[in-house]
Design a protein around this ligand. Sequence first.
Ligand code: NAP
Ligand code: ZN
Length: 346
Amino acid sequence: MAEVKAYAAEASDAKLAPFTITRRDPGPKEVQIEILYCGVCHSDIHQARNEWQNTMYPVVPGHEIVGKVTAVGHEVTKFKEGDLAGVGCLVDSCGTCPQCAVGDEQFCENGMVGTYNGVGKDGETTYGGYSKTIVVDENYTLRIPDNLDLKAVAPLLCAGITTYSPLCRNEITHGDKVAIVGLGGLGHMGVKIAAAMGAEVTVISTSDSKEEDAKRLGATAFVNSRNEDSMKAAAGTFDFILNTVSAQHDYNEYLGLLKTNGTMVLVGAPPEPTPVSAFSLILGRRSLAGSLIGGIAETQEMLDFCSKHNITSDIEMIKMDQINEAYERILKSDVKYRFVIDMASF
Ligand code: NAP
Ligand code: ZN
């Protein structure tokens, strides 16, 4: 057991503050990782503030983790001391149910263990990446490509896989017309990945100031969702929409932008429900679907895809004690496009 410095929220209305946690010694199949960088996901804010009504306090958020292996259990074969390693949104699952068997550990029928705000097989609450170290089963630890900037790789562990998985499963390819709604942490990764898959990408954003960035990131068109004429002009034009919006908004307005047989996948997770009109779907035989992160093998595939296409996140580095300020800026959509915590600052 080791005492480890971390940052935690102790109540829904409390700021994050220094906190000490204990980490177990690595078991036979586990690796111990010194965390070098951790991305800041909007989910961390939803959880820290109990917006999804399931937070167990104190909560140590952070599920975009990269670092260096500092110790391994004696049965570990995939990692050795000194290797780079990554940890995403889940750190364990049963490994035997039908979902785990096909690599969808995030839908484990016996309950996947979240990297934070989860309960591990040892019965202990899991604590995430806003901390100096973490101990994880080697089968839930990712190999990090060595041709990419490590700090800009961290956000791939959640924002990367959450956008890669639905784009891949919907077989996005050359010539497909894809819209990404919301140009934030997830959205900017969605643009890069969809463009690398060959899609013609449009960014749909509430803010005109993001148009230039959208094009630099790989989009060929931009629609301001608050401009009625632009939305009207885009009606019926997309094969696929990836919706990353974090706050309540009218899904019907976006469903109308799909072609016949088009699909909108929700990855954004606003706490409040929103009504969907049957007519938004039955006219044009449109589909509305959802997607949750991705499995471990799929996450490794995404990292390898990003390595091949030289894709990383656009990041703003922060020190650990700037986290509360960073949360406020994320809520104002004022981040280009992911905050990453430098753990050496702590
Ligand atoms: P983010 O960086 O804050 O980006 C969200 C974007 O949504 C903003 O940049 C903004 O884009 C847009 N937006 C915000 N409020 C809006 C509103 N009222 N109406 C329309 N657009 C609005 O957040 P993120 O880290 O990318 O996460 C996005 C969401 O995905 C969160 O709810 C998060 O919890 C969820 N998430 C889900 C999964 C999953 O597995 N499904 C995984 C990770 C995160 P513009 O400025 O361009 O309008
Ligand atoms: Zn996340």
